[in-house]
Design a protein around this ligand. Structure first.
Ligand code: GYE
Length: 335
C-alpha cells in the first residue's frame, strides 16, 4: 500500500516537475531563435549524451552542438558521460523519461547499446549516432549517423607514411602506435585502416601499439614507456589523436629527441596546436577529423521530426595536412 503511494508520488514528480525543469533550460542551453516546433507547439528538445571532455576535439564538438542548437532555436539537453558507458546509458534513459523529441549520442565504445536503444525505439524517439559508430546486430535500432569515416583516417595516415618512407632511406622502418580508447570505433578503425595498408609492406614493422585513451596525460606516460623499451629504434609515431601526440612530443623533447626529424610523427584530428607544430616541422602529417558536426545533426533532427526524408549516413568533408603542403593559407581551425 505504502509503496504504491510512494510510486504514485514519484510518478507525479516525473510528470510535473521534470518537464518544467527541462523547458526552463536545465540542459546545457536553451535555444533562442525561432526554431522548429513539435506538434504541441513547444520548442524542439534534443537530448544529447556527450561522451566526455577528454580532448580539444571533444570540446570543439560540444561547442559545435551548442552553437547549432542555438542557431536552430532548439533546446539542447546535454549530459556529459565522463568517459563512462553506464553514465551515457543512464543519460539516454533520462531522455526517454523526459520524452525528448530526438536523442543524439556519441558512443564511447562500439558494444553494449542494444537494450537502451530498444527502449528508445519502444518509446518512439528517433536516435542519431554522432561522431563514433556502434556494433549492433539490429542496425535499425538507430536512425542515422553523422560523423567521420575513421577507417579512411587510418588509410590516410598509412598513405602518408608510404610516401615518407621513400625518402627515409631505411631498410626497416619501426613504428610505435598510440591508440585511442579501447573498444571505441575511432580506435578500432584508425588501427585497421592503417594496418590494412602497412602490414603487407615489408618495409614496415610495428614495434608496439599501446592505448593512451585519447588523453594527453596518457600519451605522455605511454611515450615514456615506449622510449624506455625501444629507445632510438623508434622511427615513426602514429598517434590516434592530437592530445596524445602533444603529450608524446613533450616527452621526446625532454629526452633530447627532435620530433618530426628523429621520429616521424603522424597524428589524427587537426586541432590548432597540432597544425602549429606541423608548420614548425615537429609533426609530419595531420589527418583531419572534423568535430564540427552540430549543424548536420540539427538539420537531420529537424527533418526527422517533420517526417521528411533524411540520409542515413552523413560524413563531413575531411582532408590530410602534411609537411609537403603549403599551409600558409590554412584558416584557423576553431578547435
Ligand atoms: O579523435 C579524439 C576524441 O571520437 C573522433 O575522440 C573522436 C575522437 C577524437 O577525444 O580526439
Amino acid at each position: 500500500m505504502r509503496s504504491r503511494k510512494i510510486s504514485k508520488i514519484i510518478r507525479c514528480i516525473l510528470c510535473c516537475i521534470l518537464p518544467l525543469l527541462l523547458l526552463s533550460g536545465c540542459g546545457s542551453n536553451a535555444g533562442t531563435g525561432a526554431g522548429a516546433e513539435t506538434e504541441s507547439g513547444r520548442e524542439l528538445v534534443i537530448g544529447f549524451s556527450q561522451l566526455g571532455s577528454e580532448s580539444a576535439w571533444r570540446l570543439g564538438n560540444t561547442a559545435s552542438m551548442e552553437q547549432a542548437a542555438r542557431d536552430h532555436g532548439f533546446s539542447l539537453m546535454m549530459k556529459n558521460g565522463m568517459q563512462k558507458q553506464e553514465k551515457q546509458i543512464a543519460a539516454i534513459r533520462s531522455f526517454i523519461a523526459y520524452q525528448v523529441d530526438v536523442i543524439v549520442f556519441a558512443p564511447i565504445v562500439e558494444n553494449g547499446w542494444t537494450n537502451v536503444l530498444q527502449e528508445a525505439r519502444d518509446a518512439g524517439i528517433p536516435v542519431i549516432m554522432m561522431d563514433r559508430v556502434i556494433n549492433i546486430a539490429d542496425s535499425d535500432l538507430y536512425d542515422a549517423y553523422v560523423g567521420p569515416d575513421h577507417y579512411m583516417e587510418g588509410v590516410n595516415a598509412a598513405k602518408f607514411l608510404m610516401r615518407k618512407a621513400e625518402e627515409m632511406d631505411k631498410e626497416k622502418i619501426h613504428i610505435v602506435e598510440l591508440s585511442g580508447t579501447d573498444g571505441s570505433s575511432p580506435m578500432l578503425r584508425r588501427f585497421r585502416g592503417f594496418h590494412d595498408l602497412i602490414d603487407n609492406d615489408d618495409r614496415f614493422e610495428t614495434l608496439e601499439t599501446v592505448s593512451g585513451d585519447f588523453l594527453r596525460s596518457k600519451g605522455r606516460k605511454c611515450m615514456e614507456d615506449l622510449l624506455s623499451r625501444y629507445g632510438d629504434e623508434i622511427d615513426v609515431l602514429y598517434s590516434h589523436n592530437d592530445a596524445m601526440t602533444l603529450g608524446a612530443i613533450e616527452v621526446m623533447e625532454e629526452n633530447g629527441i627532435k620530433p618530426g626529424e628523429d621520429i616521424v610523427i603522424i597524428t589524427v584530428d587537426g586541432e590548432q596546436a597540432a597544425i602549429d607544430l606541423l608548420k614548425e616541422g615537429k609533426i609530419n602529417c595531420v589527418v583531419e577529423c572534423s568535430p564540427k558536426l552540430g549543424e548536420a545533426v540539427m538539420e537531420l533532427a529537424e527533418k526527422m521530426v517533420n517526417g521528411e526524408e533524411y540520409p542515413r549516413n552523413t560524413h563531413p568533408e575531411e582532408s590530410c595536412f602534411t609537411e609537403y603542403d603549403d599551409l600558409s593559407d590554412l584558416a584557423p581551425r576553431g578547435y
